[in-house]
Design a protein around this ligand. Structure first.
Ligand code: UTP
Length: 291
């Protein structure tokens, strides 16, 4: 199997009910995280891992995501006319020239598993990454996807990002039961979507970064509606376990759930504190505010 991953799928067709009314009209992936929309942070993570084919699974009313990554000749002409060279380069370089975007519409929000399945004709028979932009992971040197990629290249098998969560939160996630490979590497033994705290096999939760072998797509095709009456990616991963090994990546870095108001605000504050131009001033503002 190919050892490099060239394609990333971004399922961005969800309703975003937790962030209403902010996301009634505006796609939640377009909410800004300091100076760039959340989706751009996710795309930059894929690019940093060497991925150049970006597949967005969007809803009909989310044209704005496409607009963001498309050239805007009118804006560019105007910036050039005003001599705003730096800003011109900023908008021209949102994507590198060799990046290719595909947009697939998920007609109805039937679940994350269904959204990934919608990308199958663009993915073809290659291994691919899945990034959920809501889950923002910050690490100073090695992005979460780079960490998964290293494990994928070592094992040549599917890899899923996991994080320890509080037991009372397990019912929000897919929760894994672990097994150890002979060399001690962590593998998935089973996975269950949104278990109750007393039924959860562990507190290790699947979070929004995955690398899949092509075997996942046919399994998604036959996955029936599960938890929440949605077609769950977790259920297809459980089926994949019957065919192949799936490895777990306990990634380094801090994760923010930008799909919730609290997580989104935490991410904004932390990113602003680290921001190269506004960071120092913002820090003194916050320090004074909290005095
Ligand atoms: P969420 O569980 O966050 O659901 O989806 P949601 O609908 O986006 O948001 P809430 O919970 O109502 O606030 C996890 C990821 O799966 C995508 C979402 O866009 C998000 O990236 N998704 C979910 C789809 O693309 N399609 C779906 O049918 C469901």
């Amino acid at each position: 199997m190919a050892s490099t991953i060239n394609k990333a799928v971004f399922p961005v067709a969800g309703l975003g009910t937790r962030t209403l009314p902010a996301t009634k009209v505006l796609a939640k992936e377009m909410l800004p995280l300091v100076d760039r929309p959340i989706i751009q942070h996710a795309v930059e993570e894929a690019l940093s891992a060497g991925i150049r084919e970006l597949i967005f699974v969007t809803a009909k009313n989310k044209q704005i995501i496409r607009d963001h990554f498309q050239a805007d000749p009118k804006l560019e002409r105007e910036l050039a006319r005003r001599g705003k060279q730096e800003l011109l380069e900023l908008v021209q370089n949102i994507l590198p020239r060799d990046a290719v975007c595909h947009y697939v519409i998920q007609r109805r929000p039937l679940g994350l598993g269904h959204a990934v399945l919608c990308a199958r004709s663009k993915v073809g028979s290659e291994p691919f990454a899945v990034i959920l932009p809501d889950d923002l992971v910050c690490h100073p040197d090695t992005t979460c996807l780079q960490q998964l990629m290293a494990l994928y290249q070592d094992r040549n098998a599917s890899v899923v990002a996991v994080e320890n969560v509080a037991r009372e939160q397990v019912s929000r996630y897919g929760i894994v039961e672990t097994a150890q490979a002979p060399d001690g590497a962590l593998k998935m033994k089973s996975v269950v979507e949104k278990p109750s705290p007393d039924a959860a096999p562990s507190t290790l939760a699947v979070v929004g970064r995955y690398i899949f072998t092509p075997a996942i797509m046919p399994l998604l095709k036959t996955t029936r509606r599960g938890a929440g009456n949605e077609i769950q990616l977790t259920d297809a991963i459980a089926a994949l376990l019957g065919q192949e090994d799936v490895y777990l990546c306990e990634f380094q870095g801090r994760r923010y759930d930008c799909g919730s108001i609290l997580g989104y605000m935490q991410a904004n504050v932390d990113y602003a504190l680290r921001h190269e131009t506004i960071g120092a001033e913002f820090r003194s503002y916050i320090t004074n505010l909290l005095k």
